[in-house]
Design a protein around this ligand. Structure first.
Ligand code: BEZ
Length: 210
């Protein structure tokens, strides 16, 4: 059975482009966007790494550290980072794990043998400051991830944690949120003095500030 939402993200020590890291030490107190990609010097991966670097201020604003991974070496990563910086007009400042032995990729179920025996697929783990896995997502090798969605789901998780609410389909920051059915009407009135709209007893909308 692979890693699931609610599991503690397993710890590991490994070489990265920023030196050796102990994952739990490195991520202490931060959210983490941990993502694997198939290989260095490949086109879709180049755009994804570039996008992650371009969004570094957006991740920092949300207290999120980015961590990439592929089954290549630090030397290969470093050479490729020069290409990413040049072609994507950015500066990759986050570490990329050099998982040549597939130690971490195996631990996190990033190798899907039906797709490749040796390279990782495009896995995403959003991990909270308590090291708990809050979201998993897996994309195939030939499709780059949607970074607007990655930021959106981090915003939704952080809003949910802050206010004890859930976020509806296609929610965006500033949009109405949902009061979970586990909150009684009486408690909802105390918890959401700004008021709420009851469409059905189980479908109640309110607004909060992110
Ligand atoms: C890419 O990053 O372009 C890529 C990598 C592996 C398979 C297909 C595409």
């Amino acid at each position: 059975m692979g890693l699931r939402i609610g599991d503690i993200a397993p710890n590991f020590k490994i070489e990265t482009t920023k030196g050796e890291i102990d994952f739990h030490e490195w991520s202490k107190g931060s959210w983490v966007f941990f993502f694997s990609h198939p290989a260095d010097y490949t086109p879709v991966c180049t755009t994804e790494m570039g996008r992650t670097a371009q969004l570094s201020d957006e991740f920092a604003k949300r207290n999120v550290k980015s961590l990439g991974l592929s089954t290549d070496t630090v030397e290969e990563h470093n050479g490729w980072i020069n290409d990413i910086n040049e072609t994507q007009n950015t500066n990759v400042g986050f570490p990329i794990v050099a998982d040549k032995d597939k130690k971490v990729a195996g631990l996190y179920g990033m190798i899907h043998p039906g797709e490749s025996e040796t390279a990782a697929v495009r896995s995403v783990f959003i991990i909270d400051p308590n090291h708990k896995i809050r979201l998993t997502m897996t994309y195939p090798m030939a499709v780059g991830r949607n970074f607007t969605e990655i930021l959106r789901v981090i915003d939704a998780l952080q809003t949910g944690d802050q206010y004890g609410v859930a976020c509806p389909a296609d929610w965006q920051v500033g949009g109405d949120v949902i009061i979970p059915p586990s909150v009684s009407m009486e408690d909802a009135e105390k918890k959401f003095p700004q008021g709420f709209k009851t469409v059905k007893p189980y479908l109640r909308y309110t607004s909060v500030n992110k």
